[in-house]
Design a protein around this ligand. Sequence first.
Ligand code: KG4
Ligand code: ZN
Length: 343
Amino acid sequence: MKNKIIILGIESSCDDSSASIVTSDKEILANIVISQNNEHSVYNGVVPEIAARSHMQNLDKAVTLALGQAKINLHQIDAIAATCGPGLIGGVIVGSMFAKGMASALKIPFIAVNHLEGHALTARLVSNIAYPYLLLLISGGHCQFVEIKDLGKYKILGQTLDDAVGEAFDKVAKMLYLPFPGGPQIEKRASIGNPKAYILPKPIINQPNCDMSFSGLKTAVKILIDTLQPLDENKSNDVAASFQYTIGEILKNKLTQAIKIYSKNNTNNIIVAAGGVAANKYLSSVLTEAALANGFKFVTLPIQLCTDNAAMIAYAGLERFNKNKFNDLNFCPRARWSLEEVK
Ligand code: KG4
Ligand code: ZN
């Protein structure tokens, strides 16, 4: 263990309080995620103030559990990496202050990690993927195609002009009275519904770029549901399936456009899907096919590393540690922080 670098990662940008310990051998010694679903489900969405207060209670526990599972003590940690944005600012402040306090007390480096960089680099933690590669980031807050050139060198090739794809899943789930969080619920219902039952719009699908738009689709689903009242279970499953099918068609088409743009400057034919929505097995299978048809390998991640977790933050921290990219304790947490602003 002595020759290895050990990084403690902290994640608190949304509603999961997470602590993880990752080594320079890319071993995940622990990845504790304390979900706040029960606290937010009564409101059918994440309440930022509740999330921040829960992180204050949970992070301590998550770190203690992670150290126990990894069988290490605090003094064996070489650096602490924490999500410093983008995200719900209350939670981001709690996590970054927690990490700064620990780093200061232990006299070890502090590393400010961009949450999206965590998602973007996870594929390098689980498989030996070399730079550059194409990333499809599909989460609750983001939906973008990014050229991952190297650590801290990211170019957004296209992105949603309005809602994130996970946000659309969550809102449609709410319209169908499905419990929070909605994405996995829609996937479950869609698997027993008819994906061709209703034809839904695919906004800006014919534009020759990889930008996306989901808010019109969401409104169309709302109008459809209003016309289907009273909504029985079969109709509800058909709406879920038709919605998920339409998202698949949009992403498939835009993935082909993104590949064209990426291939102008790159010959490494790898596309990685990351973020919570990448946990969706239907989308993953249609995107794998579309990637293959374009001569690309589609890399998926284990579900627990698609959704928010601190292993991805610890790993991004490890890559930064290896390049001596440390941060001062006066680093300001931020609610917005584009991947293109990461250095
Ligand atoms: O990456 P993530 O855990 O948090 C953010 O950084 O946003 O993504 C959460 C999003 C939520 O919108 C959730 O509904 C969606 O990912 N999600 C899914 C699935 N699992 C999680 N969406 C569709 N199908 C799933 N199986
Ligand atoms: Zn995320």
